[in-house]
Design a protein around this ligand. Structure first.
Ligand code: AMP
Length: 208
């Protein structure tokens, strides 16, 4: 049982690295952001409530997130462990998680604020397979997405105005979690302002 928390500011590359680590670890990626976007698209009651926070770059209330995670962790593919991406984001979320599963390790991807805006504003993904790309740092291959059926998807909240609010939420509400997990002896930091492959290697080494 290996429960990994991928930690870091918006745009640090948590989702990209989670996808790359899926093959090596065999663990599913549990992204609360992806779950919320699916709920918004499906216009569920959770989605309708979450949308106003997401559009403003603010955090969705803890209880909404904790309920989502409780349900997700009951699914079959989560029983051997998961990679949490974008969760927990507050101390109350981390405390609730501790009651659901034991966190094995927290892998923090460190990227300075001044790099975040350019990283977020150029990113897009493949609507077919979910692969993440970036206009400058991780462009779409000449032959298109490896899945063979590329369709471009950009997030509604990946705009300069929203990024400022998301970074503020990160520093005020999420960054204090570093101390929470340092105190538990679970916190490992990797320099995220480098080549994507080097970051993946370091993250996988930290797991061994
Ligand atoms: P992400 O895809 O992780 O960047 O999340 C996109 C947006 O979803 C965030 O800006 C928040 O509004 C919301 N969100 C995702 N995960 C959480 C969480 N664990 N707690 C609160 N809000 C979240």
């Amino acid at each position: 049982m290996l429960n990994i928390v991928l930690f870091g500011p918006p745009g640090a590359g948590k989702g990209t690295q989670a996808q790359r680590m899926m093959d090596a670890t065999g663990l599913p990626q549990v992204s609360t952001g992806d779950m919320l976007r699916a709920a918004v698209k499906a216009q569920t009651s959770v989605g309708l409530e979450a949308k106003k926070y997401m559009d403003a770059g603010a955090l969705v209330p803890d209880q909404v997130i904790i309920d989502l995670i409780k349900d997700r962790m009951k699914e079959g593919d989560a029983q051997d462990g998961v990679m949490f991406d974008g969760f927990p984001r507050t101390v109350p979320q981390a405390e609730a998680l501790a009651k659901i599963v034991d966190v094995s390790i927290v892998l923090a991807i460190d990227v300075p604020d001044e790099r975040i805006v350019e990283r977020i504003c150029g990113r897009f993904s493949c609507g077919n397979c979910g692969a993440v790309y970036h206009d400058s740092f991780n462009p779409l291959p000449k032959l298109g997405c490896t899945c063979g059926a590329f369709s471009e998807k950009r997030r509604a909240d990946d705009t300069e105005s929203t990024v400022v609010a998301r970074l503020k939420a990160y520093h005020e509400q999420t960054a204090p979690l570093a101390t929470f997990y340092e105190d538990a002896g679970l916190f490992t930091v990797v320099d995220g302002d480098r080549d994507i492959d080097l970051i993946t290697t370091d993250l996988l080494n930290a797991l061994n």
